[in-house]
Design a protein around this ligand. Structure first.
Ligand SMILES: Cc1ncc(COP(=O)(O)O)c(C=O)c1O
Length: 414
């Protein structure tokens, strides 16, 4: 763990123009699991693309060359950030879209009687596309989480796996329970059955970009609009599997993986602006650390540690507060330690509807909401009405302890 170095939130917040913006500045922003603010570096890259290089990329003229170079740079950086190869990642419209495209491709080889395991803890984005393969004759098995603590238990998974299992789809972190699932361990179990593991990293990645090789997942996706970027999403796939997937793009692109997976290309300006995320993390590293010789992945790991420590510091007091209130039910663990939980905190009241509580927060300029957050199976398993849903407070590294104290003060009055 890091000694004596703490995340400099003043510096961090100075990188995000939203905190000085007339519309946003009076708000405590606690809906980060829905989408994060973006740093200036991303806005500048987006503006640069739109102003100077908004032409068809990869031609010989300057503007076009620069556009293509910036798009390629963004892909290269992101490949390094998550420890993948450039031809193992693609940028799609959203995680939901990425997973539908992937299920369509993987579904081509699904035969009657093949088995697919999905959870009921996931966001629907990593459930529906796989459940739909029932149309191909697949048998869908549900890995149900424990109602008491909200956790997915490995012994249950082991009972569901068989020689017929082809796909297992699991979230790296639940957007309701907040728990981080041990994907590395899950991958080692799933691979014993030669099945493919699909990880949903949407609620995990904003709290530290993962090393996909270390996790050994076969596919992994997360939404870049929740990791300080524009509204697009990254999909990683192991090269050896991507290579074999059917071409879903134009016929002449046969063999040109990963472009074969997604019909059409990525949003150019959004892709180019991803350089800004890399620049932001780089700046953060340089602000906090002095060793400039480390590679990108090592620098990302160090930033991840700083972020985790800060998130623990701000989330643990409110987790404790909610957990101790007899009229409130906290979902998931009541403490973060060793990154076992994200600072995504869902709860409900025994006295008031979630909508009412959310309205009180909004009245007090705390940006949050009540919903099922598309994890309606998760809510159903917890016997919560998915229409009223839960109240969710979701923090990220730019939130402060002062903001958390303000939220607790408002909760005190409810
Ligand atoms: C855990 C999780 N997975 C998947 C998604 C879907 O992401 P997208 O909006 O990019 O389709 C979300 C969106 O909130 C999510 O929270």
């Amino acid at each position: 763990m890091l000694e004596n170095i703490k995340l400099d939130t003043e510096y961090v917040r100075s990188q995000f123009p939203a905190f000085d913006d007339a519309v946003c500045k009076d708000w405590v922003f606690a809906e980060n699991a829905g989408g994060s603010y973006v740093p200036r570096t991303v806005i500048d890259r987006l503006t640069h693309f739109m102003k100077s290089t908004k032409v068809q990329p990869y031609a010989e003229f300057d503007m076009s060359k620069m556009a293509g170079e910036n798009m390629d740079r963004a892909l290269n950086y992101f490949a390094k950030i998550i420890n993948a190869k450039k031809n193992e990642i693609l940028i799609g419209d959203s995680t939901s879209n990425n997973l539908y495209v992937l299920s369509n491709a993987l579904g081509k080889s699904i035969k009657k009687g093949d088995e697919i395991i999905v959870t009921n803890q996931d966001h629907e984005a990593n459930i529906s596309p796989w459940r739909r393969l029932k149309e191909k004759g697949a048998i869908i098995k549900e890995w149900s989480f424990d109602k008491k603590d909200g956790e997915l238990k490995l012994d249950k998974l082991k009972k569901l796996l068989s020689k017929k299992t082809k796909i297992v789809a699991v979230t790296h972190c639940s957007n309701i329970v907040g728990s981080v699932n041990n994907l590395k361990l899950i991958a080692s179990i799933v691979h014993k059955y030669k099945a493919i593991l699909i990880g949903d990293g949407v609620s995990y990645a904003p709290h530290g970009f993962p090393d996909v090789k270390e996790l050994d997942v076969d596919f992994y996706t997360f939404s870049l609009y929740k990791t300080y970027g524009p509204h697009v999403a990254l999909l990683y796939g192991k090269e050896k599997i991507l290579k074999k997937l059917p071409n879903q793009n134009h016929e002449f692109l046969n063999g040109m993986y990963p472009y074969t997976l997604n019909p059409g290309g990525a949003n150019h300006e959004a892709l180019a602006s991803l350089i800004g995320i890399y620049e932001y993390f780089y700046k953060m590293y340089d602000h906090h650390f002095s060793n400039t010789k480390l590679g990108i992945r090592k620098k990302i790991s160090k930033i991840n540690e700083l972020i985790s420590q800060h998130e623990e510091d701000i989330a643990n007091p409110i987790l404790k507060y909610i957990d101790q209130r007899k009229d409130l039910t906290l979902i998931g663990k009541n403490k973060i330690s060793n990154k076992n939980r994200a600072p995504t905190i869902a709860f409900f009241s025994k006295k008031h509807s979630s909508k009412k509580i959310s309205k009180i927060f909004v009245k007090n300029k705390i940006a949050t909401r009540n919903d099922n957050f598309y994890a309606w199976r998760c809510l159903k398993n917890l016997d919560i009405n998915p229409r009223d849903g839960v109240v969710r407070l979701s923090f990220t590294h730019y939130n402060t302890i002062e903001e958390v104290k303000k939220i607790i003060k408002v909760l005190d009055k409810i």
